[in-house]
Design a protein around this ligand. Structure first.
Ligand code: NCD
Length: 304
């Protein structure tokens, strides 16, 4: 039985297969409409979510399966003190696959080690968010037709942003990737990541001003300042509007640069940018459903 805890749980070849399947699903959705008939997804969200939870649920419904679960830790037995290992043993009796989001780093791994069904990490604290990375890679592959040879700027909260940590880990397996980390000093990418990049000889730069690197970028990955992971509100308030991408800054970028964002957006991208054809964050959310459909089929070992 296979789980997904980290994007690296799949080899580059396996990811290619997964993206091919997701692409086929996007062109022939009716072919897959009954693929998961009789199967159930448990959607266990101990932390708020709109896109990830609903896109997992939509993915299972699009495959003809059913969904059960909770979207708030306070409505689950966690509020009575039940451990995730006990909860997953129970859920294994009710469902065929589980998507779990948890504020504690490592909680989905603990669940997976006790589970009788495949567990998908739908985000664990500030650690990893592998299905967002699958979504990001599929978006880049579909719109740029390659996953190698580009300069990517990651901007915003690089310290607490789990989507950034997962995406960097996944991208270093492709050749010719150059990273530009754009953040205030307080929200720099963790040392374990820059140590890894240095060890692997991967080119990266750390800058503070977005304007200083806009013209260099093939991709710009914007992120929200992760308020829920701050220790005090004062620091959050000081840093929350550090970056605001607007049309003026977009005018410095290449004509074919793409702007991605895992969403939700707060103020870091001005709504005026939404009409720019290079802004692909809403398309990205649509790719997220196809890639989660492909993932459910792959982990349940269902072929159509
Ligand atoms: C991200 C997350 O939950 O980490 N959202 C998402 O799943 N699309 C990003 C965020 O919350 O900022």
């Amino acid at each position: 039985m296979r789980h997904l805890m980290n994007p690296l749980d799949f080899s580059v070849e396996e990811l290619d297969k997964l993206f091919d399947l997701a692409e086929d699903i996007s062109v022939n959705p009716s072919k897959y409409a009954h693929a998961c008939e009789g199967k159930k997804l448990a959607s266990c969200f101990y932390e708020p979510s709109t896109r990830t939870r609903l896109s997992f649920e939509a993915a299972m419904l699009n495959l003809g399966g059913q969904v059960l679960g909770f979207s708030d830790a306070s409505s689950s037995s966690a509020s009575k003190g039940e451990s995730v290992s006990d909860t997953i043993r129970i859920i294994s009796c009710y469902a065929d696959i589980c998507a779990m989001r948890h504020p504690k780093e490592g909680a989905p791994m603990v669940a997976a080690s006790r589970s009788g069904i495949p567990v998908i990490n739908a985000g664990d604290g500030g650690h990893q968010h592998p299905t967002q990375t699958l979504t990001d890679l599929m978006t880049i592959r579909a719109l740029k037709h390659r996953l190698n040879n580009f300069t990517i700027g990651l901007c915003g909260d690089l310290k607490f942003g789990r989507t950034v940590h997962s995406l960097i880990g996944a991208l270093i397996r492709y050749s010719g990737i150059r990273f530009i980390f754009i953040s205030p000093p307080e929200l720099k990418v963790p040392d374990y990541i820059t140590d890894l990049l240095r060890e692997k000889g991967i080119e990266y730069e750390e800058v503070i001003r977005l304007e200083d690197c806009m013209a260099d970028l093939d991709l710009l990955y914007m992120t929200r300042v992760q308020r829920e992971r701050f220790f005090n509100e004062e620091d959050y308030v000081r840093l929350k509007d550090f970056y605001i991408l607007n049309n003026e800054k977009m005018s410095l970028a290449k004509d074919d640069m793409l702007v991605l964002h895992p969403l939700p957006r707060v103020n870091e991208i001005s709504v005026e940018v939404d009409d720019d054809p290079r802004a692909v964050y809403f398309k990205q959310a649509q790719y997220g459903v196809y890639v989660r459909m492909a993932l459910i089929l792959t982990l349940l070992e269902i072929t159509v």
